[in-house]
Write a new protein. Structure first.
Lengths: 251, 245
């Protein structure tokens, strides 16, 4: 299977804080990787280094075979990115914003219009397409953020908490969309909702204090829980791995 | 490359008009420009067909108004987090920096263009040397550009638009006055002579006044253009440096 995202010995220091300590990841086409970890574990920082927003202190990231540090422009055309909190320009209309993203991605004329239309329908933004961001609910903002990330149909999608702040119906829709998208690309999504791992991910990576402490399928994660435990099995494993109740180490 | 720069410039330019900022800025600029020209500058009393009273106040008007245009360029993107979106789109750093600068400059050029009635008035009342007036407009546009480049760079340094505004006012004030005794005295006590002399030649006000007099000297044009280029380069360095933080 084709490797679409790879990181090798990725480190990030912010002054004295060693936020990411040697993260190695490989994400293949067709995988939806759930990136888990407590707050401050280094999820967002790792994703930011993969997207080129932050420079790693050490280590390398490749997206679709392109070295992010050496050829950032080409790497950026291969991925769609939903930053944490789905930032947006408050005075822009949804349509305008997607038009700007499409132009930034090099589309013009009818191709631009069809890309924007496609993105609007893919995440159900038709009702709010003429509204400005400051009038949108959190859910719609997040959905517009998702729409811009898949506008150019990239082989790699990186989403920082794509379902945060959505209501249960919206969560369900977005998860279905991600599952669909993940069939023929590589998706990395960060979350701290363990139900999300079971619902959409084909693989889970848990990171704690900047290092990977688990890498496996949701079923493998489940298997680490005590046999007798009936409910919240993943929560139990997560707690064990990230609070040091179990000897931590790559699985 | 130019296409992508214009994509940025277009969005930024539209952003000015999507908030009341554009209207407020234009109204205040035109009101103050008129007030200074006619009341304080004594446009009619001088009974001379030129625009000296109009241009002579531009440095002081720009000192407070231009930082208001440049302060949001990067600081706002940092505060709202959109900088993360912008810098992960397939733009080169230079395209982002130049695009934003061009939008802000274009906006101030709109403001300058809206002062055309003053130019029409002076042509209707007398027979001014329109070449001198054109040189004045060129000087004014270049000075606004230099201030904007300084402001854009300082906006990139901070998340706060207020800090960007205040630091830009101070920086532009120094840029205007480096050739003047007060500033010279401050440096001449301890800085090497070469530095003091270099600073003396860097006074934006002196270069601007030469242009307003109608003396179009390549050195004056070059001065403003090099300030613009230098600060845009620094702007790019700041953005790049923040990535490695």
């Amino acid at each position: 299977m084709q490797v679409l995202v790879e990181t090798r010995a990725l480190h990030k220091r912010f002054g004295d804080i060693h936020a990411v300590r040697g993260v190695d990841l490989k994400v293949h086409r067709g995988e939806v990787l759930g990136f888990l970890g407590p707050n401050g574990a280094g999820k967002t920082t790792t994703m930011r280094m993969v997207t080129g927003f932050l420079e790693p202190t050490q280590g390398t990231a490749w997206v679709d075979g392109v070295n992010v540090a050496l050829d950032p422009l080409r790497a950026k055309t291969r991925m769609g990115y939903l930053p944490e909190g789905a930032p947006c320009y408050p005075d822009m209309r949804v349509e305008e914003f997607l038009g700007f993203i499409a132009r930034a991605r090099g589309y013009r004329g009818p191709e631009l219009r069809s890309r924007v239309e496609h993105a609007i329908t893919a995440v159900n933004l038709t009702l709010v397409r003429r509204q400005t961001f400051e009038t949108l609910s959190k859910g719609y903002r997040r959905r517009t953020g998702i729409a811009q990330s898949l506008l150019h149909d990239p082989p790699v999608l990186i989403m920082d908490e794509p379902t945060d702040g959505l209501d249960p119906n919206q969560k369900f829709e977005v998860r279905q969309l991600i599952r669909r998208l993940g069939k023929d690309r590589a998706v990395i999504l960060s979350t701290h909702l363990l139900e999300e791992v079971e619902a959409v991910c084909t693989r889970a990576v848990i990171i704690n204090r900047g290092t990977v402490v688990f890498d496996g399928t949701p079923a493998e994660m489940d298997a680490k829980a005590p046999a007798g435990l009936k409910a919240n099995r993943l929560d139990h494993v997560f707690r064990q791995l990230t609070t040091g109740d179990l000897p931590a180490g790559p699985a | 490359m130019i296409g992508r720069t214009l994509v940025i410039a277009r969005r930024e330019f539209a952003a000015y008009f999507s908030t009341p900022l554009a209207a407020v800025f234009l109204v205040i600029f035109l009101f103050l420009a008129g007030l200074f020209t006619f009341n304080i500058g004594g446009f009619y009393d001088r009974a001379q067909a030129d625009l000296r009273p109009f241009f002579q106040f531009h440095p002081w008007l720009f000192l407070f108004l231009v930082p208001a245009v440049s302060m949001r360029l990067w600081a706002e993107e940092r505060r709202t987090g959109t900088v993360e979106l912008l810098t992960t789109l397939p733009f080169r750093l230079g395209e982002l920096v130049v695009g934003k600068f061009l939008a802000a400059w274009g906006f101030t050029l709109v403001a300058l263009a809206l002062t055309a009635p003053i130019w029409i008035t002076v042509n209707w009342l007398g027979e001014p040397d329109n070449g001198v007036i054109l040189a004045g407009y060129v000087g004014s546009a270049l000075m606004a550009g230099a201030f904007l480049a300084v402001g854009a760079c300082l906006s990139a340094c901070s998340k706060s638009q207020v800090i960007a505004f205040v630091s830009c006012v101070v920086a532009c004030f120094l840029l205007l006055l480096t050739g003047f005794p007060a500033v010279q005295d401050f440096f001449s006590g301890w800085a090497p002579r070469a530095v003091v002399e270099a600073l003396a030649s860097m006074s934006a006000l002196i270069h601007f006044e030469a242009l307003v007099r109608g003396v179009v000297d390549a050195r004056d044009l070059l001065f403003f253009l090099s300030v613009i280029v230098a600060f845009l380069l620094m702007n790019a360095l700041v953005i790049d440096w923040k990535k490695a933080l």
